[in-house]
Design a binder for this molecule. Structure first.
Ligand code: ADP
Ligand code: ADP
Length: 228
C-alpha cells in the first residue's frame, strides 16, 4: 500500500509559471527516499502540498489512500498530525524543556499523561537524549537540538516523516548520524521523505532519489540503479 501518491500534480502560483508540472510518484509504506533539485525546482512546493499549506492546481495528492483535496480547512490540523515534520531550524519551543517539546504532539492528540511520559522517555532514550529531558533547547548542541526535533516528529508514530534540509546546519559526522536515524524509521513502519541539496550525502545513503528540475520530475532513481 502506498503512503503517499502524487497523481499528475501541477501547481501554479498566482501570476507565476508552473512550480510543479505533471508530477507523479508513489511512496510505499516503510520506504525512504530523497527529493533533490536546484533552487526553484519545486521542492518546497511539493512539501507544502503534503502539509496542505498549498493545494494543487491540477492533479491529486493522496495520503494513506485519502485524497487531500477532500480535506477541508478545519481538518488540516488533523492531517498535519499524521505527517511528522522535521525542519532545518527545528522550530523548538525555546521556553519549554526537551520533555515538553517532545510531549506536544501527544498532548494535542489528547493522550493520557502517564502514556505520554512513557512514550516520550522511550523516544528520547532511542535518540540518545534520555539524560537531556529537563534541558531547554538553548542548552543543547546543534545535533541535540536536531534530534529533539526528530523526536517530536516521530513520537506520535506518523505514517510519513518529512524532513526539509534536516542536516543543513550540521557538520558531516552529525549529518551522517541523523541520516542513520532516518534510515532506521522504515523498519518501524514510518516512510521517510527527505528534501536535500547534499548530493554527496544522498549518494552515500543509497536510497531512492527523485530529481526535480523547473517543476518537472526528471528522474526517479532506484537504489539498484545507484549500486554500480
Ligand atoms: P525549491 O524549494 O526547489 O527552491 P519552490 O517550490 O520554492 O522551489 O519554488 C518553485 C517555483 O515556484 C519557483 O519558481 C518559485 O519562485 C515559485 N514560487 C514558490 N512559492 C511561490 C509563491 N508563494 N508565489 C509565487 N511563486 C512561488
Ligand atoms: P516555509 O518553507 O515557507 O516555512 P513550510 O513548507 O515549511 O513553509 O511550511 C508552511 C507552513 O506550514 C508553516 O507555517 C509551517 O509551520 C506549517 N507546517 C509545515 N509542515 C507542518 C506540519 N507537518 N505540521 C504542522 N505545520 C506544518
Amino acid at each position: 500500500m502506498s503512503v503517499l501518491r502524487f497523481e499528475n500534480v501541477s501547481k501554479q502560483y498566482p501570476g507565476g509559471h508552473a512550480a510543479l508540472a505533471e508530477v507523479s510518484f508513489d511512496v510505499a509504506e516503510g520506504e525512504m527516499l530523497f527529493v533533490t533539485g536546484h533552487s526553484g525546482a519545486g521542492k518546497s512546493t511539493l512539501l507544502k502540498l503534503i502539509h496542505l499549506s498549498e493545494r494543487p492546481t491540477r492533479g491529486a495528492v493522496l495520503f494513506a489512500g485519502r485524497n487531500l483535496l477532500k480535506v477541508r480547512g478545519s481538518r488540516v490540523p488533523l492531517h498535519r498530525r499524521e505527517v511528522g515534520a522535521v525542519h532545518q531550524d527545528h522550530r523548538l519551543l525555546t521556553d519549554r524543556s526537551v520533555f515538553e517539546n517532545v510531549s506536544l504532539p501527544l498532548i494535542l492528540r489528547g493522550e493520557r499523561r502517564g502514556d505520554i511520559a512513557k512514550r516520550v522517555r522511550e523516544v528520547l532514550a532511542r535518540l540518545g537524549l534520555g539524560h537531556r529531558e529537563r534541558a531547554l533547547p538553548t542548552e543543547l548542541s546543534a545535533g541535540e537540538q536536531q534530534r529533539v526535533g526528530i523526536a517530536r516528529a516521530i513520537v506520535a508514530e506518523p505514517k510519513l516523516l518529512v524532513a526539509d534540509e534536516p542536516t543543513g546546519n550540521l557538520d558531516p559526522t552529525l549529518a551522517a548520524e541523523i541520516m542513520a536515524l532516518f534510515a532506521s524509521m522504515p523498519e518501524r513502519g514510518t516512510s521517510v521523505l527527505v528534501v536535500s541539496h547534499d548530493l554527496a550525502l544522498i549518494r552515500r545513503m543509497r536510497k531512492r532519489v527523485l530529481i526535480l528540475d523547473h517543476g518537472k520530475l526528471v528522474d526517479d532513481i532506484s537504489p539498484a540503479d545507484l549500486a554500480e
